[in-house]
Design a protein around this ligand. Structure first.
Ligand code: GLV
Ligand code: MG
Length: 350
């Protein structure tokens, strides 16, 4: 076991010092683009300022025949685009793939100063993070980087979910987790072919009326397939000071159900979700920015609570030390987002 004292020492001579806190930046959407497609690469400078995080995807979705082209496109983006306040991430191929080693070597040694976070798919346990941690340190030292590159893991295997706490705690590089509902469904042998979202077959049915017949006409209520995993992921992340995200929603045309899925994740504690299409950028921006009416209410409670202790009645509702903390969560997120977005600052009255 590593000593706690060693945790913040670089894992390679010449590598930058590990961070003690994850930098908290607006992270409402991780917008995916395929760096193998020249037309898309040309649009990155226009897309980047409108999103919180832009991610060059090297993994699933990029055909095996295009993996090298995607890596070259990523390097081109990393060396030519000015990202301003937007974070630049990449999703590397998985650790068991033939591409990972070349992906990580190229990303760190050629554009490591531009990359904030590497997303690692199909993480199964702390051992995967330990491997990436040491390798990144070696490559950072070789590249002479001043800032450590952070790691974001995708939770998309049953073993990963079972080990989620140890994954979050495995390295000071851990920035956050995303739920990967497609791979996770396949790995668990869940019988859904959808990428995220609900399923009409996963439901509960209301009881028959007193003495009533057993019919299939009684109302049913669709349930959330992802509730358990998202809630578990949020607890593991928060307990380790890192950030939870919902992942992909594959039905691009169903903007309404996408918004519902994102909102469930937001209400449960996630800071953002993936956007796979420009239509999902605005959904994420809307959902993961607190509602101005909620912010106004939270500001009223905080003001009415004075030093934040005791209990008061406001509009017929009890507020106390705990509810004022709930309100502070909403107001501090609003303030943080308003710093980057003048329209939000006006909507929130800051
Ligand atoms: C994402 O990578 C997923 O598998 O859902
Ligand atoms: Mg996946």
């Amino acid at each position: 076991m590593r000593s706690a004292k060693d945790f913040f020492r670089p894992l390679a001579v010449g590598a930058p010092e590990p961070l003690r806190e994850i930098p908290v930046k607006p992270s409402r959407m991780i917008h995916f683009f395929p760096p193998s497609v020249e037309k898309v690469v040309a649009k990155v400078p226009d897309i980047a300022p409108g999103v919180d995080i832009i991610l060059g995807n090297l993994e699933d979705g990029v055909p095996a025949s295009d993996k090298e082209r995607a890596r070259a496109g990523l390097i081109q983006v990393g060396t030519t685009v000015d990202f301003g306040a937007t974070q630049f991430w990449t999703r590397l191929n998985s650790l068991d793939s033939p591409w990972f080693l070349d992906d990580v070597t190229a990303a760190v040694t050629e554009i490591g100063d531009a990359i904030d976070v590497v997303m690692i798919p199909k993480v199964e346990g702390a051992e995967d993070i330990h491997y990436v941690d040491r390798l990144l340190a070696q490559l950072e030292a070789r590249a002479g980087l001043d800032e450590p590159i952070l790691v974001h893991a995708i939770l998309e295997t049953a073993r990963g979910v079972a080990n989620v706490e140890e994954i979050c705690a495995a390295s000071p590089r851990m920035q956050g987790l995303s739920l990967g509902p497609a791979d996770l469904a396949a790995n668990r042998r869940m019988k859904t072919t959808r990428v995220g979202g609900g399923h009409p077959g996963y439901l509960v049915r209301s009881d028959p009326a007193d003495g009533g017949a057993i019919t299939d006409e009684r109302p049913t209520f669709q349930q959330d397939l992802w509730h358990y995993t998202i809630a578990r992921m949020v607890d593991a992340c928060v307990a380790n000071g890192i950030l939870p995200f919902y992942g992909p929603f594959g039905d691009i045309a169903d903007t309404v159900a996408c918004e519902d899925q994102f909102r469930n994740a937001y209400l449960l504690g996630c800071v953002g979700a993936w956007s796979l299409h420009p239509a999902q950028i605005d959904i994420a921006k809307r959902v993961f920015s607190p509602d101005p009416a909620e912010v106004a209410h939270a500001k009223r409670v905080i003001e009415a609570m004075g030093d934040g202790t005791g209990a008061i009645m406001l509009d017929g509702k009890m507020e106390d030390d705990a509810s004022v903390k709930q309100c502070q969560v909403v107001v501090s997120l609003a303030r943080h987002l308003a710093e980057r977005d003048p329209e939000l600052a006006t909507a929130y009255g800051f």
